[in-house]
Design a protein around this ligand. Structure first.
Ligand code: IMP
Ligand code: MG
Length: 338
């Protein structure tokens, strides 16, 4: 803080929603702002046993005092947005930038039928790729063109920069993961339709590189990937089920493929994002005895060794560790390590 950006270090689904939800409460952030591609990303946040899956609303909604913003780089599906505002009860404290691009039915239809997009790449079918393509052609509608969005419109970059100038705390939420980036993927064309690294997320919301203090890269304790494209050391479905790494995707309901933690990719993610801190999520999946633990000393020995190995190899402190689904299931070592 004051401005912290949170991004994914693998292929999305690292648990960014949980970490952002935790930070929004722990640091009592003034503003939670979402960057990233659009409603192709589903972030899961669990508060007091209640599970929310948000694709547009910033995960900081769990702090009822935070102002919620969506940056101009983010695509909006108005139907998804309105529904989430209702579910998260955020009417009156959520605004989006007037320049956000708008996803229409035709984009969704193309994304979920096209042989290349749906078939070869295995997109989420949410229309984000076709909408971004149209945006590049400068034919896409933007938020200020839609009468039903008028009451939510704001100048998000200006609000953020003014807030920083008056000493407020801003939490910037990235989506997808480093290796789904259109520029930095390890396997083009199996990637999303934009850059997803920390620099891009800051650009999405209108904050310049000198205005961000902390870059938190989130890694899950193992790697997962949905859709097509290579995945090193991929587990068979049977192995994944035995290990507990088998998951179902938030947005599409597809099976997630899984693999062990990948140090080579993680090192590159640290480099590409200029990470200042690391968050490791779902440690309880690899080490069931870590479940719900909120103090580092109480972790099982093997779990501590795993965390130490990550720090030794990546040379960045692990400051946050997720040990369960609840927003509060986090070991927070920022005071000791920073
Ligand atoms: P698109 O972003 O829907 O065009 O999909 C392109 C690729 O990125 C596909 O492999 C998707 O499964 C993947 N993808 C996009 N967004 C996410 C996400 O939030 N989590 C995980 N995978 C994603
Ligand atoms: Mg997800």
């Amino acid at each position: 803080m004051p401005a912290t950006v949170v991004v994914g270090g693998f292929y999305g689904d690292e648990g960014k929603g949980k970490i952002v939800g935790y930070l929004s409460i722990a640091d009592n952030v003034d503003i939670g702002v979402r960057g990233g591609v659009g409603p192709n990303a589903g972030h899961t946040v669990v508060v007091d046993g209640k599970e929310f899956k948000v694709r547009q609303v910033p995960s900081a909604f769990v702090n009822k005092k935070s102002l919620l913003l969506i940056g101009p780089g983010v695509l909006i599906n108005p139907e998804v947005l309105f529904n989430e505002i209702k579910i998260t009860e955020t009417e009156g404290r959520l605004y989006l930038d007037k320049n956000c691009g708008i996803i229409e039915k035709k984009h969704i239809e193309l994304d979920s039928s096209d042989a290349h997009l749906k078939g070869t790449i295995g997109t989420t079918g949410t229309g984000t790729g076709p909408a971004n393509a149209e945006r590049v052609l400068r034919k896409l509608k933007i938020a200020k063109d839609l009468p039903e969005l008028q009451k939510y419109l704001a100048d998000v970059p200006e609000m953020l920069n003014d807030a920083l100038a008056s000493g407020k705390k801003i939490l910037i939420e990235g989506t997808q993961g480093t290796f789904l980036s259109l520029w930095h993927t390890d396997c083009y064309p199996f990637c999303t339709s934009k850059d997803t690294t920390a620099s891009a997320i800051c650009s999405d919301v209108g904050l310049g590189p000198k205005n961000v203090d902390e870059v938190i890269v989130v890694f899950k304790s193992y790697v997962t990937r949905v859709g097509e494209g290579p995945l090193e050391n991929e587990h068979t479905e049977e192995e994944a089920k035995k290990l507990g790494t088998f998951e179902i995707a938030t947005v599409t309901g597809r099976k997630r493929r899984s693999a062990p933690f990948n140090f080579k990719l993680a090192k590159r993610a640290v480099m590409l994002n200029s990470a200042t801190q690391l968050a490791i999520t779902k440690l309880d999946v690899l080490f069931p005895q870590a479940s719900g633990v909120r103090e580092y000393e109480k972790l099982p020995k093997e779990a501590k060794e795993f965390i130490e190995k990550i720090e030794n190899e990546l040379k960045v402190p692990v400051t946050l560790i997720g040990t369960g689904k609840e927003t509060k299931d986090v070991i927070d070592m920022r005071k000791e390590k920073l």
